[in-house]
Each structure stands twice: as structure tokens, then as C-alpha cells.
Design a protein around this ligand. Structure first.
Ligand code: 9WN
Length: 442
């Protein structure tokens, strides 16, 4: 697998520049014409390598949508496209009318996505001369601290160290079988869901690559429940029909808190704040350790409504790798699982890359959204995490296979884990961003 690094990096930058509206870098050219929260974080990581100021601008535009309670919304809407460009658009979320916490100037959604932002902001600030870093850290520390504090209060009243999501979209892995049992319980009352038209199906070749209509109804019903309750998760926490401790988002949060700690030191933050961040890191790792399941050798999400762990084998099971601080035994188990036929050791595939749902899980579907395809951006996060743990050979193999696949399939949103064929949107920004970062490492 010999990759043309220079050429690929130039193409990746072209994709990002083409998706740049001047205000935001759209998540993709047509399917996702707005700014998504964790996409923007990954985009900033990629851009930090070629244009750190543009990377920070991406974070500034996202944080212009920060709510008064600290929440960073999963979408900041692009004012240059109309309501019909994506569904659900700003009118359907209607946050500014419904919630006093929503920002006044910017239209956003009312839910969250995994908190990768501190990681991105650190990557960008590191590219600036040392004397400029202090002032930048100072600006970013407060906004990020408020966001993290929201997560550790409104989204973890149990002080478990783990983030509660109240909608599958909050995980970013929307249609994963991780959520199947919990979502199946969500009943859409007859005649109560306001009508809607899906827009996503117009942008993919095969509707099979996207969620089913029945799932979409449930997604939209959960939005209605939140609206009904003024998007105030705290006051209705125990009644929400979908409540899951998301191990993958929680693991990202551990890495993000490490980055926040770096910023805090640079910003000369209060000692009390440093202690708080330290406690979030410890609490997160402890929570993930508790969710490590010896039988399957992976981390499992916890369903707070049923009180049970979701016994599904997916890429999220590697949450412990993302969080770091593994015990020797868990590390051995996770490495074995990674190399097994359920993930990258499957001899029948074109590229040794992990499927989003394990090849041997009953929920595996080869080309359906988060149910099997391999996602370059997730592979980037795992590459970074394995490498951080000192597993350099494994990380390097992952990077090489992913770049080779993208070189042949283009900057697709996700790929068939067996053939490597492109699926979902073309020219997806976060795929290009991952490539930029990987090539910069070369
Ligand atoms: C809903 C933008 C987003 C990603 C998510 C991915 C998909 C949206 C959708 O696209 O979600 O938020 O319409 O399916 O699942 O991870 O952030 O790329």
C-alpha cells in the first residue's frame, strides 16, 4: 500500500476549502449543509495543520451557538441556506422561541454531540508561537470549561463520570445497534408526530444506506418530547424515554479534559478549576472501568431506563482505548478483540479496517449507516488513541489502510467494510480533515 501523501493532502485541503462558506465549513456539500458540532471539531484538527487561524475560526463559529447553560448544540445552522436544505432545520427545532437558554443571534438545534472540541482547540493553539498561546488559551478556557461543566452536571447527575445522551443523534453514531433496544421502547403516539419530509434520501444513491422511516419517526418524536419540555433536560431527566450512558462520548470527554487541563495551565487558571478537571478525568476513567464487560472484553453502554448494559459489539466497545489509563488485562483483551475476525483480523476484506458494528454481531449490516460501514473519522480517533497508548505498529497499520482506502474510494462519509466502496455523502469534510492530519504526520 503505497500512498501519495502530498497529492492526497492537497486533495483533502481542496475538499475542505470547497465546503467552506466563509463562515463555516459545511459537514458535506449537500447532505449536511450546516455546521455539526463534532464534525467541526474534527475539521479544526485537520485544518490546524495547514491554517490554524481557520481552524480556530471554525471553533469560534460553533461556539457562537453556545447556550447560556454551557451546552454546545449538535448543529449550528448555516444562515445562507433555506429551511428545506436539511431536515430537521431551524424552524422544526425552534429553540429560540422555546428555550430561554438558547442563544439569541444564532439558530441551533437543541441537543449535543460528543465533546471533541477541547482536543481540536489544543491542536490549533499548539501551532501558534508560544507568546500568542497564552492569550488564546485564556479566551478558550472559559467557554470550554462551561461546556464541560454542563456535561458533568446536566448530563451526569449520578456523578458516574459518564455522559447521558437523550437522543441517538447525541452519540453521533445515530443508527448504531447500540441504541436498538432503547429506541424500540420509544412509542410514537398515533397522530401526534407533526408531519415532515425527509431530505436526506435525496442525497444518497441508495436509501438503504440511511436510517429507516420507522427509526426517523422515533428520532423526530424524541425531539418533540424535548421541545414539549423546553429542552430542559435537567428538569425532566428521570422521565425522558431515551436515556443512555454513552461510553464512547464519555471516553472522548476524558481526552477532551486532558486537553482542557493543558489549556488551563497555559491560561493560568484557578487551582480549584484544575482540581475539578482532574476529578472529571478520574471519574470518567473509573466510570468506563465499571462499564468494561469481561465476558465480551469491551466497554458497554448503560441503558438508564432498563438499568441494563447494551450487549452489542461495536466500535464503541473500544472506549477504553480512547480514554486511556487501561489496566494491563483490559488492554490485552481489547488488543485481542481488535485483531480478531470481528474487527480488523477478518481475512475476507479489502482493507483491514474496523467495521462500526462487529462483523459477528447480529446487528451487523454491511452498507447501512453505523451498522457496519467503516468510518474514516472514527479510525482517525482510534489511530490517535492507540498511538497515545504506545501501540505504534497497530496505529500505523490503521493509518496506512485507511489512507489507502480513501485514496481509492475518495473522501466518502463511510465505506463498505468488505469491499471498501464509498457510501453516504461524497467529499465529507471530516474525512478530508482526518486525511490532512494523517498526511501531516508523515
Ligand atoms: C444527524 C454530520 C452528521 C454527523 C453524525 C452522522 C450524521 C445527522 C444525520 O451526520 O448525523 O445529526 O442527518 O444523519 O451520524 O455523526 O455528525 O456529518
Amino acid at each position: 500500500m503505497s500512498v501519495q501523501f502530498g497529492h492526497l493532502a492537497r486533495k483533502a485541503e481542496e475538499v475542505l476549502r470547497a465546503n467552506d462558506t466563509g463562515r463555516i465549513i459545511k459537514a458535506s456539500p449537500t447532505l449536511y449543509p450546516h455546521q455539526w458540532s463534532w464534525d467541526a471539531g474534527f475539521v479544526a484538527v485537520g485544518m490546524a495543520n495547514v491554517d490554524p487561524e481557520r481552524a480556530l475560526q471554525e471553533m469560534r463559529s460553533l461556539f457562537s451557538g453556545q447556550w447560556k447553560n454551557g451546552l454546545i448544540p449538535h448543529i449550528v445552522f448555516n444562515p445562507d441556506v433555506d429551511e428545506d436544505a436539511y431536515f430537521p432545520g431551524p424552524a422544526r427545532w425552534d429553540v429560540r422561541r422555546i428555550s430561554t437558554d438558547a442563544p439569541e443571534e444564532v439558530a441551533t438545534s437543541g441537543i449535543i454531540q460528543p465533546p471533541v472540541h477541547a482536543l481540536a482547540i489544543r491542536e490549533a493553539i499548539e501551532q501558534f508561537p508560544r507568546e500568542e498561546q497564552f492569550a488564546l488559551a485564556d479566551v478558550w478556557f472559559d467557554r470550554l470549561f462551561r461546556w464541560h461543566q454542563y456535561l458533568m452536571t446536566a448530563r451526569d447527575p449520578e456523578t458516574s463520570g459518564l455522559i447521558t445522551i437523550v437522543h441517538p443523534w447525541e452519540s453521533g453514531m445515530d443508527n448504531s445497534p447500540r441504541w436498538d433496544d432503547a429506541l424500540a421502547r420509544v412509542v410514537v403516539p398515533e397522530g401526534e408526530l407533526p408531519p415532515y419530509t425527509r431530505r436526506d434520501l435525496q442525497h444518497v444513491e441508495d436509501p438503504f444506506q440511511r436510517p429507516t422511516n420507522a427509526d426517523y419517526d422515533r428520532f423526530m418524536w424524541l425531539v418533540e418530547v424535548l421541545k414539549e419540555n423546553k429542552y430542559d433536560v435537567t428538569s425532566i431527566y428521570s422521565q425522558l424515554p431515551f436515556r443512555m450512558k454513552d461510553v464512547f462520548a464519555s471516553a472522548i470527554f476524558v481526552q477532551a479534559n486532558e486537553a482542557l487541563m493543558w489549556l488551563a495551565q497555559l491560561a493560568d487558571a484557578d487551582i480549584d478549576d484544575l482540581t475539578i478537571i482532574e476529578s472529571w478525568i478520574d471519574r470518567g476513567r473509573d466510570g468506563l472501568r465499571r462499564q468494561f464487560d469481561d465476558e465480551s472484553g469491551m466497554c458497554l453502554d448503560r441503558d438508564l431506563v432498563s438499568g441494563k448494559s447494551a450487549r452489542v459489539s461495536t466500535i464503541a466497545g473500544f472506549a477504553g482505548v480512547v480514554a486511556g489509563g487501561l489496566t494491563g488485562e483490559a488492554r490485552t483483551q481489547l488488543k485481542a478483540l481488535w485483531g480478531s475476525a470481528a474487527f480488523v483480523g477478518n481475512g475476507a476484506v479489502q482493507y483491514p479496517l474496523p467495521p462500526s458494528t462487529a462483523f459477528d454481531d447480529p446487528g451487523f449490516v454491511r452498507t447501512r449507516y453505523w451498522r457496519g460501514p467503516t468510518w474514516p473519522v472514527i479510525n482517525w480517533l482510534l489511530w490517535r488513541s492507540w498511538r497515545k497508548m504506545g501501540e505504534t505498529d497497530l496505529a500505523e497499520a490503521l493509518r496506512a489502510a485507511s489512507l489507502a482506502q480513501i485514496e481509492s474510494s475518495g473522501f466518502a462519509e463511510y465505506m463498505d467494510p468488505v469491499s471498501g466502496a464509498a457510501l453516504g455523502s461524497d467529499n465529507q469534510s471530516w474525512t478530508a480533515a482526518a486525511v490532512l492530519d494523517w498526511c501531516a504526520e508523515h
